[in-house]
Write a protein that binds this ligand. Structure first.
Ligand SMILES: [Zn+2]
Ligand SMILES: [Zn+2]
Length: 315
C-alpha cells in the first residue's frame, strides 16, 4: 500500500504566518555567500544544503491521510482540512477513481471540518462514498455539523451515493486489505485503525494519549500492536507538556518512541503536530525523538520521520 499525508496538524489549521515566511527568507539570505550565486548549479547546491525547516514546511492542514491499496482501492482516514487538497489531486488523476472508503477516528472538528469541502467528489452523483466508524449514531454527528447557520447547505445536497457503516465486527474487509480498529484514550473516545494488505501493516493512531495500559502484553494489545511495519502516531507534545496536559488526550514524542520500542514497530511517523509550533520547533522534536531512540537502544533498527503534507511512503 501507498500512504500519503494531506493534513498532519492537530487541533486547528495552521497556515504559515507572514512573520514565519519573512523569518525563513531572512535566515536563507544570511547563509548566502557570493560563491553560492555564480551558477545555476551553485544555487541548486546551496538550496540542497539548507535545513528542511527552512527549505520546506510541515504543513498546516488538519488530519487527513490517504491509503492507496495495491488494487487501487482508496481508504481515507479522517476529513480534516487536508481533504480538500486530496480531492483536487484525485480529480486531476488520469483515472478518476470514484469510490472512497472514509474511516473516522472521532468527531472533533479538526477531523471532520474538511468534509463539506470534499469537492467535487462528495457532490458528484457518479461518486460513491462509504463512511465508517464504530460510533452508532455517527451519521447524525456528521449531518449535525453541516447545516444552517453553520454551513449554507446540508449533507442531503451531496450528490454522491453515500452510505454509513457502523463497525461492529473487529475486522472489516476493504478491497485487498483488512481493517481493524481499537478504542484509545482521548476525551470523548477515539479509534486507532490498522490496515493489513499482503502481510504489510500500518496503524493510524491520531489523537491518542498513550497510557501504561497500551504497553501491557494483553491479548487485545498483542493482536493489534504486534507485527506492525509502520505507525502514524500522535506526538503533539514535548515531555514537559505531556505532564502538564495530562488527560488532554495527546502523547509526547518520547512516549511515541517508548511505544514503538516496546512493540518493535520499525517505522514511526510523528503526527498531529502542535499548532503553536513553527517548522523549526517541529523539526527539533524529530531530532529529539531520534536522540531518545538512540539513547534507549544504540543498536536499534527503527526509523523516525515527521509526518508532513505530501510525504508519501510505501508499507
Ligand atoms: Zn485532533
Ligand atoms: Zn481529538
Amino acid at each position: 500500500m501507498k500512504v500519503r499525508f494531506w493534513g498532519v496538524r492537530g487541533s486547528i489549521p495552521t497556515p504559515l504566518t507572514i512573520n514565519q515566511i519573512q523569518g525563513k527568507i531572512s535566515s536563507i539570505a544570511q547563509r548566502l555567500s557570493p560563491a553560492d550565486l555564480v551558477s545555476e548549479e551553485s544555487i541548486e547546491k546551496f538550496l540542497a544544503m539548507l535545513p528542511p525547516y527552512l527549505m520546506g514546511a510541515v504543513g498546516g492542514n488538519t488530519t487527513c491521510v490517504e491509503v492507496r491499496l495495491n488494487d487501487d482501492t482508496i481508504i481515507i482516514f479522517d476529513c480534516g482540512s487536508g481533504i480538500t487538497d486530496l480531492a483536487h489531486a484525485l480529480k486531476k488523476e488520469d483515472r478518476y477513481i470514484r469510490t472512497y472508503h472514509i474511516f473516522f477516528s472521532h468527531f472533533h472538528w479538526d477531523h471532520i471540518q474538511g468534509l463539506p469541502f470534499f469537492v467535487p467528489i462528495a457532490y458528484d452523483p457518479k461518486c460513491t462514498i462509504h463512511f465508517y466508524s464504530p460510533i452508532r449514531n455517527f451519521e447524525d454527528l456528521l449531518k449535525n455539523q453541516m447545516k444552517v447557520p453553520y454551513f449554507p447547505v446540508t449533507m442531503d445536497v451531496m450528490g454522491a451515493d453515500i452510505s454509513y457503516h457502523v463497525l461492529t465486527e473487529p475486522i472489516i474487509r476493504i478491497g485487498s486489505s483488512e481493517v481493524m480498529w481499537k478504542r484509545v484514550k482521548h476525551p470523548g473516545g477515539c479509534f486507532n485503525y490498522k490496515v493489513r494488505e499482503n502481510g504489510n501493516t500500518l496503524i493510524f493512531a491520531t489523537d491518542t494519549e498513550l497510557t501504561e495500559q497500551d504497553f501491557k502484553k494483553t491479548k487485545e494489545n498483542v493482536d493489534f500492536y504486534e507485527d506492525v511495519d509502520a505507525i502514524i502516531l500522535d506526538s503533539q507534545y514535548t515531555l514537559g507538556e505531556a505532564i502538564e496536559k495530562y488527560d488532554w488526550g495527546h502523547s509526547s514524542y518520547s512516549m511515541a518512541v517508548d511505544f514503538v520500542n516496546e512493540w518493535a514497530i520499525k517505522n514511526l511517523y510523528l503526527f498531529h503536530h502542535e499548532p503553536q509550533y513553527d517548522d523549526k520547533k517541529i523539526y527539533s522534536i524529530l531530532q529529539s525523538a531520534k536522540w531518545y531512540m538512540n539513547h534507549l537502544d544504540p543498536d536499534h533498527d527503527k526509523n523516525i520521520y515527521l509526518a508532513r503534507e505530501n510525504l508519501e511512503f510505501d508499507v
